[in-house]
Structure formats: C-alpha cells, structure tokens
Design a protein around this ligand. Structure first.
Ligand code: FES
Ligand SMILES: [Fe+2]
Length: 437
C-alpha cells in the first residue's frame, strides 16, 4: 500500500513546489467488488460491523428524550440523549420478542415497544414489563437494552458495533487536527437532504475522491477550480486533497482562457448550486483587474479582513485555506468539502441486500460568528431518487448509476487508474485489510 502521510496543515499545491501525489495505482479493482451481493455481505460482516460510523449530530437530538435512528445494513441503532449532557446508543431491538422499538427519529420520555409495551428508561435500564407476574422470574439486569459504543467529536456522534475497536480518537487520528482549524464546534447544519441512487456505495465514494472528472462532468468548474494540481495525502484509513479555488483548471485553460466575468459567472453558478451565498463573487464584479490576475489573487486579501470584521477568528487558517476546498474522506462513508465559511458533508449508506443501491445524506454547514449562539439545525427533507438535490450534485448522482450499469454488463475488465485516482485504490486497500485479505 502506498502511504503518503501528509502534514496536518497542508496548503494548496501551488505553495509547495515538488509535492506530488502517490503514483498511479497498479492494483486490480474488478467490477465484482461493486456488483456482487456476496462482496456486499462480506463488507457488512467485516467492515461495517467493525468501523466507527457517523450516526448523527448531537444537535440533531438537543432535548432529553430525543432519539435518532441510524440504520446500516441489518443493524438498527437508537442514539438517545438520555440526560442533558449524555448521549447513549442502543440496539433498537426489543428484548421481549424482537420488534424494533422505534421506527423513526423523535422524542419520548421513555423507550416503549409498541407491541406489548415493554418499556425502558432513556439510559437503557428496564422500567416496566406489563403483567409481569405471568412470566417466569426475570432478571432485570439482563433485560437492559443492548448497548452500542458511542463517542463524540464535537457535535458529531459516532457509533461502533465492535467492542474491540480502538477508540474514536484513534480512528480519526490526525484528521481531527485539520478539522479543529476550521472550528467544527462553531458550525450548524442549515441544509439537509436524504436521497438515493442506483449504484454501489463505493461508486458514490469514488466520485468524490478524485477530481479528474471535474473538467468533463462539471465543465463549469474549469474557470475557477484547478482540478489538475491537487496533492493527495493518506491519513490512516482516511484520505485528503486540496482543490485550489479561484484559479482556472490548468488542462482546460490551455484550450480556453475564461475571462474575468466568465470565471465569476461560473463560480457564482456553482456556489448557488449548493445554496451558498454568492455576495463575495458579486463584490468582485466590474473590477477588471490586469490580464493574468486570478480570482484568488484578488479575493484572498479581502476575505480575511471581511471574516475577521464579521466576528470570525480565522487566525488558524492560512491564506490558501480561506478560499480553497479542503477535501477529506473519513473512512468508510463520509465525504467532506471544507471551506472557511462552512462545509458540505456527504454520507453514503449501502442498501442491506442490494449492491446497486445507495442512500445519500447531504448535510451543509455554516460557521457562525464566534460570539453568536448556534442556530438550530434545519430539518431533513427526503428527496426521491432522481429528483434534484442541487445542480452540481445532480451531475454526480445521475452519472454514477450509468457507471454501475456499465460494470454489470459482464465485460468490464477492471479499473485503469491515473495518479489523480490514488485515493480510490487506498480505500480498497483499507477495505481489504478489514476483509483480512
Ligand atoms: S416484542 Fe416488544 S414488547 Fe413484545
Ligand atoms: Fe463530481
């Protein structure tokens, strides 16, 4: 396995001459890893049952009694705020005759199974068995809800089904140093959608761990994002790259040179596709800087005083980090695009049986001024498969099923990969380690 351990404070590649990506992968990645129900079964048995997974946010369950239902494969996990400062997780399985206790997120003062009303306190201890005298003698201590390991990183609540797994802090490792700089403790979720698409979960992840496709599938991006010169780092099971923003794509720019206003149009359209504020772009219109001036040349000197003046302490961020897209994959299923103003989090979950289906959770966050109370999270909205979740995400989510279909034709011999795609091979290396191969 190639491992390029990166610094915890990398900046754009253009700032570090000589930094390179790992070499183009040579390993075999065949279609069956994406299409085989047996491979999916093995992933559930050896990967999903062993690894820390982001279940929800603490701010999704702010009140005592709030519970979030996180389901992965056959596992059904109830994440409960059992006291103002305590979050616990349990298997969502009634210990009477096995019914799921809850079938949705919600709030309740206790956890009651609807079938025969067995009831547990929020901390999982048995509270009541109706008509208990009709049972043989029962040991209450053995009828507490089955616990699931649950640990937090700031507002993120993780669960792990493996009693022997290393602690969450060890799993996240050096990635947490990067996240701290962006003040993940000062961000709230302002947009939340759940949708699905007709493809394997790894095809979903792969589309977000290379930017080779950007100039072809997202041609609007070439005017303001350099998807050529991005460095790649591996952090244990995770990986990262930085996409320099505010400069043109090197490959595309060799063919077309977008002018200032065209580049601003493209950047505005793309930010708007994620519902983001485009006032920074509007402020750059009409400047007509000298030939060869990039958006980042003009924008960076303005962003720091603007954010500082608005009450954000951005002293931990370098100039590059004020504008670039810091991209992190948290193994196995979280994609982060991190900016100075906020971040986009995509979480994928495989279907329990069908390797051809993936559920997507798309959560977008904004940092709020340091002295401001965090607003409540936006409610989640379910979006049927194929319907729009924003123009750029639609380009990706509607593309991937065609890849899945191509893989299933029976003739695809396996991936041929560039060094742009080294993170894909890294993820398969990590999966193989979990599979014991
Ligand atoms: S199955 Fe839950 S109370 Fe009977
Ligand atoms: Fe994409």
């Amino acid at each position: 396995m190639t491992t390029t351990e990166g610094p915890t404070t990398p900046t754009a590649r253009s700032q570090r001459p000589g930094e390179r990506r790992p070499p183009a992968p040579t390993r075999t990645i065949g279609a069956e890893r994406y299409t085989s129900p047996e491979f999916l079964r093995r992933e559930f048995e050896h990967v999903w049952s062993k690894v820390w997974q982001l279940a929800c946010l603490g701010s999704d369950i702010p009140e005592v009694g709030d519970h979030h239902l996180y389901e992965i494969g056959r596992a059904s996990i109830l994440v409960v705020r059992s006291a103002p400062d305590t979050i616990q997780a349990f298997h969502n399985v009634c210990l009477h005759r096995g019914r799921k206790i809850k079938t949705s997120c919600g709030n309740s003062a206790e956890l009651r199974c609807p079938y025969h009303s067995f009831t547990w306190a929020l901390d999982g201890t048995l509270k009541e068995i109706p008509e208990r005298e009709t049972f043989n003698p029962l040991d209450d201590a053995r009828l507490g809800l089955l616990p699931v390991r649950c640990e937090t990183f700031h507002d993120w609540v993780f669960v792990c089904l493996d009693a022997d797994a290393a602690p969450l802090s060890e799993h996240l490792g050096p990635v947490t140093d990067i996240l701290e700089k962006y003040r993940f403790d000062r961000q709230y979720k302002w947009w939340s959608r759940t949708t699905s698409n007709n493809a394997n979960w790894k095809n979903g992840m792969d589309a977000f761990q290379e930017s080779y496709h950007a100039r072809y599938l997202h041609p609007e991006s070439v005017a303001f994002a350099n998807n050529v010169d991005y460095p790649i780092w591996f952090y244990g099971d995770h990986s990262s790259y930085v996409i320099p923003f505010g400069i043109a794509d090197e490959v595309a720019a060799a063919q077309i040179t977008p002018n200032w206003d065209e580049a601003l149009d493209a950047m505005e359209w793309s930010l708007d596709a994620f519902g983001e504020d485009t006032s920074m772009v509007a402020a750059l219109r009409g400047l007509n800087p000298p030939e060869g001036t990039s958006i980042r040349d003009v924008a960076i000197p303005g962003i720091r005083p603007a954010m500082t003046g608005a009450g954000f302490d951005v002293s931990a961020l370098s100039d590059d980090e004020l504008i670039d897209d810091r991209h992190i994959v948290l193994f196995p299923n979280v994609v982060l695009n991190i900016f100075a103003f906020g971040y986009w989090l995509f979480r994928v979950r495989p279907h329990p049986d069908d390797p051809d289906w993936t559920t997507w959770d798309l959560w977008y966050f904004h940092r709020v001024p340091d002295a401001m109370e965090l607003p409540p999270n936006a409610p989640n909205v379910e979006v049927p498969a194929g319907e729009s979740v924003g123009a750029v995400m639609d380009q990706d989510l509607r593309n991937i099923p065609h890849q899945q279909a191509g893989m299933k034709t029976g003739v695809f011999p396996g991936f041929v990969m560039s060094d742009y795609e080294a993170r894909i091979a890294h993820m398969h290396d990590v999966i193989d380690r979990y599979l014991g191969e």
